[in-house]
Design a protein around this ligand. Structure first.
Ligand code: MEV
Length: 312
Protein backbone atom coordinates (compact mmCIF):
# COMPACT_ATOMS: atom_id res chain seq x y z
CA UNK A 1 0.00 0.00 0.00
CA UNK A 2 1.09 3.59 -0.65
CA UNK A 3 2.16 5.63 2.37
CA UNK A 4 -0.29 8.35 3.39
CA UNK A 5 1.00 11.92 3.03
CA UNK A 6 -0.63 15.09 4.31
CA UNK A 7 0.34 18.73 4.64
CA UNK A 8 -0.61 21.44 7.13
CA UNK A 9 0.24 25.04 6.21
CA UNK A 10 1.71 27.60 8.59
CA UNK A 11 -0.13 30.92 8.84
CA UNK A 12 0.29 34.62 9.34
CA UNK A 13 -2.33 36.89 10.84
CA UNK A 14 -2.51 40.08 8.74
CA UNK A 15 -4.67 41.89 11.29
CA UNK A 16 -6.71 41.12 14.41
CA UNK A 17 -4.59 38.83 16.63
CA UNK A 18 -5.58 38.86 20.31
CA UNK A 19 -8.91 40.69 19.84
CA UNK A 20 -9.94 37.54 17.88
CA UNK A 21 -9.86 35.68 21.23
CA UNK A 22 -12.69 38.01 22.40
CA UNK A 23 -14.94 37.41 19.41
CA UNK A 24 -13.74 40.15 17.03
CA UNK A 25 -12.74 39.28 13.44
CA UNK A 26 -9.20 38.56 12.21
CA UNK A 27 -7.72 38.41 8.71
CA UNK A 28 -5.24 35.54 8.22
CA UNK A 29 -3.61 33.69 5.36
CA UNK A 30 -1.61 30.48 4.81
CA UNK A 31 2.14 30.21 4.26
CA UNK A 32 3.33 28.03 1.37
CA UNK A 33 5.22 25.83 3.82
CA UNK A 34 4.29 24.15 7.09
CA UNK A 35 4.39 20.58 8.38
CA UNK A 36 4.22 17.33 6.41
CA UNK A 37 2.94 14.12 8.06
CA UNK A 38 3.48 10.64 6.63
CA UNK A 39 1.66 7.48 7.69
CA UNK A 40 2.59 3.82 7.12
CA UNK A 41 0.61 0.73 8.19
CA UNK A 42 1.58 -0.47 11.69
CA UNK A 43 0.45 -2.77 14.53
CA UNK A 44 -1.03 0.11 16.49
CA UNK A 45 -1.66 3.86 16.27
CA UNK A 46 1.71 5.56 16.89
CA UNK A 47 3.44 8.93 16.49
CA UNK A 48 7.14 9.43 15.75
CA UNK A 49 7.91 12.91 17.10
CA UNK A 50 10.44 15.15 15.29
CA UNK A 51 13.97 15.03 16.74
CA UNK A 52 14.16 18.85 16.66
CA UNK A 53 11.33 19.21 19.21
CA UNK A 54 12.26 19.67 22.89
CA UNK A 55 11.01 17.34 25.65
CA UNK A 56 7.96 19.47 26.53
CA UNK A 57 6.97 19.83 22.86
CA UNK A 58 7.29 16.06 22.36
CA UNK A 59 5.08 15.35 25.37
CA UNK A 60 2.43 17.77 24.11
CA UNK A 61 2.53 16.32 20.58
CA UNK A 62 2.00 12.79 21.92
CA UNK A 63 -0.88 13.92 24.13
CA UNK A 64 -2.56 15.84 21.30
CA UNK A 65 -2.06 12.92 18.91
CA UNK A 66 -3.66 10.37 21.27
CA UNK A 67 -6.65 12.66 21.83
CA UNK A 68 -7.28 12.93 18.07
CA UNK A 69 -6.47 9.25 17.42
CA UNK A 70 -9.10 8.13 19.95
CA UNK A 71 -11.72 10.26 18.19
CA UNK A 72 -11.15 8.49 14.86
CA UNK A 73 -11.02 4.96 16.34
CA UNK A 74 -7.22 4.58 16.57
CA UNK A 75 -6.44 3.44 13.02
CA UNK A 76 -3.37 1.17 12.79
CA UNK A 77 -0.86 3.65 11.41
CA UNK A 78 2.58 4.96 12.34
CA UNK A 79 2.90 8.69 11.67
CA UNK A 80 6.11 10.69 11.25
CA UNK A 81 6.35 14.48 11.11
CA UNK A 82 8.55 16.75 8.98
CA UNK A 83 8.32 20.39 10.01
CA UNK A 84 9.54 22.96 7.43
CA UNK A 85 8.62 25.78 9.83
CA UNK A 86 10.51 26.96 12.88
CA UNK A 87 8.61 25.50 15.88
CA UNK A 88 7.28 28.18 18.25
CA UNK A 89 8.08 31.20 16.08
CA UNK A 90 4.49 32.45 16.06
CA UNK A 91 3.90 31.13 12.55
CA UNK A 92 1.26 28.58 13.47
CA UNK A 93 3.56 25.57 13.72
CA UNK A 94 1.32 23.84 16.26
CA UNK A 95 -1.77 24.38 14.09
CA UNK A 96 0.11 23.22 10.98
CA UNK A 97 1.13 20.10 12.85
CA UNK A 98 -2.42 19.53 14.09
CA UNK A 99 -3.81 19.88 10.56
CA UNK A 100 -1.22 17.56 9.00
CA UNK A 101 -1.82 14.93 11.70
CA UNK A 102 -5.61 15.24 11.41
CA UNK A 103 -5.47 14.70 7.66
CA UNK A 104 -3.30 11.59 7.98
CA UNK A 105 -5.46 10.16 10.78
CA UNK A 106 -8.68 10.77 8.81
CA UNK A 107 -7.19 9.12 5.71
CA UNK A 108 -5.94 6.16 7.77
CA UNK A 109 -9.45 5.79 9.23
CA UNK A 110 -10.85 5.71 5.68
CA UNK A 111 -12.52 9.11 5.96
CA UNK A 112 -12.24 12.08 3.60
CA UNK A 113 -10.13 14.88 5.10
CA UNK A 114 -12.45 17.77 4.08
CA UNK A 115 -11.50 21.22 5.46
CA UNK A 116 -14.41 21.01 7.97
CA UNK A 117 -13.56 17.49 9.28
CA UNK A 118 -9.88 18.39 9.38
CA UNK A 119 -10.51 21.63 11.29
CA UNK A 120 -12.76 19.82 13.80
CA UNK A 121 -10.07 17.25 14.65
CA UNK A 122 -7.22 19.81 14.59
CA UNK A 123 -9.21 21.89 17.05
CA UNK A 124 -9.08 19.03 19.57
CA UNK A 125 -5.29 19.00 19.27
CA UNK A 126 -4.95 22.78 19.48
CA UNK A 127 -6.71 22.70 22.84
CA UNK A 128 -3.91 20.48 24.16
CA UNK A 129 -1.29 22.88 22.74
CA UNK A 130 -2.86 26.20 23.77
CA UNK A 131 -5.65 25.85 26.30
CA UNK A 132 -8.18 28.34 24.91
CA UNK A 133 -7.15 29.39 21.40
CA UNK A 134 -9.48 31.41 19.18
CA UNK A 135 -9.20 28.79 16.44
CA UNK A 136 -7.86 31.21 13.81
CA UNK A 137 -4.56 29.31 13.39
CA UNK A 138 -5.86 25.85 12.59
CA UNK A 139 -8.81 27.17 10.55
CA UNK A 140 -6.45 29.17 8.29
CA UNK A 141 -4.23 26.11 7.97
CA UNK A 142 -7.15 23.77 7.15
CA UNK A 143 -8.78 26.17 4.65
CA UNK A 144 -5.45 27.18 3.03
CA UNK A 145 -6.92 30.51 1.91
CA UNK A 146 -6.90 34.12 3.02
CA UNK A 147 -9.85 34.19 5.43
CA UNK A 148 -11.87 36.53 7.56
CA UNK A 149 -12.28 34.53 10.76
CA UNK A 150 -14.54 34.97 13.75
CA UNK A 151 -14.78 32.85 16.86
CA UNK A 152 -18.36 32.11 17.85
CA UNK A 153 -19.42 30.52 21.14
CA UNK A 154 -21.97 27.83 20.31
CA UNK A 155 -23.82 25.43 22.65
CA UNK A 156 -21.23 22.72 21.94
CA UNK A 157 -18.22 24.98 22.57
CA UNK A 158 -16.27 27.28 20.28
CA UNK A 159 -16.96 27.20 16.57
CA UNK A 160 -15.12 29.31 14.06
CA UNK A 161 -16.75 31.06 11.12
CA UNK A 162 -14.51 31.64 8.15
CA UNK A 163 -15.08 33.19 4.75
CA UNK A 164 -12.58 33.54 1.97
CA UNK A 165 -11.32 37.03 1.13
CA UNK A 166 -10.35 37.17 -2.54
CA UNK A 167 -7.57 39.44 -3.66
CA UNK A 168 -7.45 40.65 -7.28
CA UNK A 169 -3.76 41.51 -6.71
CA UNK A 170 -0.80 39.46 -5.52
CA UNK A 171 -0.62 40.01 -1.77
CA UNK A 172 2.87 39.29 -0.43
CA UNK A 173 4.50 39.86 2.92
CA UNK A 174 8.03 39.69 4.22
CA UNK A 175 8.15 37.80 7.53
CA UNK A 176 11.12 38.73 9.74
CA UNK A 177 12.00 37.22 13.12
CA UNK A 178 13.03 39.65 15.85
CA UNK A 179 14.22 39.07 19.42
CA UNK A 180 13.35 36.13 21.64
CA UNK A 181 9.78 34.99 21.35
CA UNK A 182 7.27 35.06 24.24
CA UNK A 183 4.99 32.02 24.61
CA UNK A 184 1.47 32.72 23.31
CA UNK A 185 0.00 31.53 26.64
CA UNK A 186 1.92 34.27 28.49
CA UNK A 187 0.86 37.23 26.31
CA UNK A 188 -2.74 35.98 26.05
CA UNK A 189 -2.87 35.44 29.83
CA UNK A 190 -1.46 38.88 30.73
CA UNK A 191 -3.93 40.62 28.40
CA UNK A 192 -6.78 38.58 29.91
CA UNK A 193 -5.93 39.96 33.36
CA UNK A 194 -5.75 43.58 32.16
CA UNK A 195 -9.03 43.38 30.28
CA UNK A 196 -10.78 41.73 33.26
CA UNK A 197 -9.65 44.62 35.46
CA UNK A 198 -10.53 47.45 33.03
CA UNK A 199 -13.13 45.84 30.75
CA UNK A 200 -14.61 49.00 29.17
CA UNK A 201 -11.23 50.43 28.17
CA UNK A 202 -10.07 47.19 26.57
CA UNK A 203 -13.40 46.50 24.86
CA UNK A 204 -13.10 49.88 23.12
CA UNK A 205 -9.65 48.94 21.78
CA UNK A 206 -10.79 45.46 20.66
CA UNK A 207 -13.74 47.04 18.84
CA UNK A 208 -11.38 49.48 17.08
CA UNK A 209 -9.24 46.58 15.89
CA UNK A 210 -12.40 44.77 14.74
CA UNK A 211 -13.39 47.79 12.57
CA UNK A 212 -9.88 47.92 11.07
CA UNK A 213 -10.10 44.22 10.16
CA UNK A 214 -13.39 44.78 8.32
CA UNK A 215 -11.93 47.79 6.49
CA UNK A 216 -8.76 45.86 5.66
CA UNK A 217 -10.65 42.94 4.13
CA UNK A 218 -12.63 45.39 1.96
CA UNK A 219 -9.35 47.02 0.90
CA UNK A 220 -7.98 43.58 -0.10
CA UNK A 221 -11.10 42.82 -2.18
CA UNK A 222 -10.81 46.23 -3.88
CA UNK A 223 -7.10 45.70 -4.67
CA UNK A 224 -6.26 48.69 -2.45
CA UNK A 225 -2.95 47.52 -0.95
CA UNK A 226 -2.16 51.03 0.36
CA UNK A 227 -5.41 51.00 2.33
CA UNK A 228 -4.53 47.55 3.68
CA UNK A 229 -1.03 48.73 4.65
CA UNK A 230 -2.39 51.74 6.50
CA UNK A 231 -4.84 49.52 8.42
CA UNK A 232 -1.88 47.28 9.39
CA UNK A 233 0.05 50.29 10.71
CA UNK A 234 -2.90 51.47 12.80
CA UNK A 235 -3.41 47.88 14.07
CA UNK A 236 0.23 47.89 15.23
CA UNK A 237 -0.45 51.11 17.17
CA UNK A 238 -3.45 49.51 18.86
CA UNK A 239 -1.47 46.34 19.67
CA UNK A 240 1.01 48.66 21.40
CA UNK A 241 -1.88 50.27 23.30
CA UNK A 242 -2.99 46.78 24.36
CA UNK A 243 0.47 46.29 25.91
CA UNK A 244 1.60 43.60 23.48
CA UNK A 245 4.61 45.16 21.75
CA UNK A 246 8.26 45.62 22.77
CA UNK A 247 11.47 47.38 21.63
CA UNK A 248 12.61 44.38 19.53
CA UNK A 249 9.28 44.19 17.69
CA UNK A 250 8.99 47.99 17.25
CA UNK A 251 12.55 48.21 15.88
CA UNK A 252 11.78 45.63 13.21
CA UNK A 253 8.44 47.31 12.38
CA UNK A 254 10.22 50.66 11.80
CA UNK A 255 13.02 48.95 9.88
CA UNK A 256 10.52 47.40 7.45
CA UNK A 257 8.66 50.69 7.08
CA UNK A 258 12.02 52.37 6.38
CA UNK A 259 12.54 49.84 3.58
CA UNK A 260 9.28 50.92 1.94
CA UNK A 261 6.67 48.61 3.48
CA UNK A 262 3.10 49.75 2.71
CA UNK A 263 2.33 48.56 6.25
CA UNK A 264 4.19 46.70 8.99
CA UNK A 265 3.22 45.12 12.31
CA UNK A 266 4.00 42.14 14.46
CA UNK A 267 1.98 39.01 13.78
CA UNK A 268 0.68 36.45 16.29
CA UNK A 269 1.32 36.61 20.00
CA UNK A 270 3.72 39.59 20.31
CA UNK A 271 5.53 40.18 23.61
CA UNK A 272 9.33 40.34 23.86
CA UNK A 273 9.91 39.18 20.30
CA UNK A 274 8.66 37.01 17.46
CA UNK A 275 7.52 37.48 13.89
CA UNK A 276 7.00 40.86 12.20
CA UNK A 277 5.34 41.24 8.79
CA UNK A 278 5.78 43.93 6.17
CA UNK A 279 3.53 44.35 3.12
CA UNK A 280 5.66 44.87 -0.01
CA UNK A 281 4.90 45.03 -3.72
CA UNK A 282 8.37 43.58 -4.41
CA UNK A 283 9.50 41.48 -1.46
CA UNK A 284 12.53 39.87 -3.15
CA UNK A 285 15.10 42.70 -2.75
CA UNK A 286 13.90 43.31 0.85
CA UNK A 287 14.53 39.67 1.83
CA UNK A 288 17.95 39.78 0.13
CA UNK A 289 18.97 42.95 2.01
CA UNK A 290 17.68 41.75 5.42
CA UNK A 291 19.37 38.36 4.98
CA UNK A 292 22.68 40.11 4.20
CA UNK A 293 22.22 42.05 7.45
CA UNK A 294 21.76 38.80 9.42
CA UNK A 295 17.95 38.90 9.90
CA UNK A 296 16.08 35.56 9.68
CA UNK A 297 13.36 36.27 7.15
CA UNK A 298 11.44 35.03 4.11
CA UNK A 299 8.73 36.21 1.71
CA UNK A 300 5.35 34.57 1.24
CA UNK A 301 2.40 35.27 -1.03
CA UNK A 302 -0.82 34.98 0.99
CA UNK A 303 -3.41 35.57 -1.74
CA UNK A 304 -4.02 36.76 -5.28
CA UNK A 305 -2.94 35.62 -8.73
CA UNK A 306 0.42 33.82 -8.87
CA UNK A 307 3.04 34.09 -11.57
CA UNK A 308 2.83 30.88 -13.63
CA UNK A 309 4.47 27.91 -11.90
CA UNK A 310 5.33 29.81 -8.71
CA UNK A 311 4.56 28.18 -5.36
CA UNK A 312 6.29 30.56 -2.94
C1 MEV B 1 -1.85 33.39 17.93
O1 MEV B 1 -1.40 32.97 16.66
C2 MEV B 1 -3.00 34.34 17.79
C3 MEV B 1 -3.61 34.86 19.10
O2 MEV B 1 -4.68 35.72 18.72
C4 MEV B 1 -4.13 33.74 19.97
C5 MEV B 1 -5.34 33.02 19.38
O3 MEV B 1 -5.99 33.52 18.48
O4 MEV B 1 -5.68 31.93 19.92
C6 MEV B 1 -2.61 35.68 19.91
Amino acid sequence: TNPLVAFGAGKVILLGEHSVVYGYPALAGPLSFGVTARGVPARSCQLDVPATADAAQKRLMRKAFSRAARLVGEPKVKVTLEPQLPLSAGLGSSAALAVALSRVLLQAAGRAPSPKETARLAWEMEQEFHGTPSGVDHTTSAEEKLILYRRVQGPAGVVGRAREVKSPRALSVVVALAGARSPTKVTVGALRERQARWPERYRRLFAQVGRLVTEASKAVEAGDLEGLGDAMNVNQGLLGALGLSSPALEDMVYRLRGMGALGAKFTGAGGDGGAVIGLFLEPGPVVAKLTRDGVRCFASQLAGPRPHGDRS
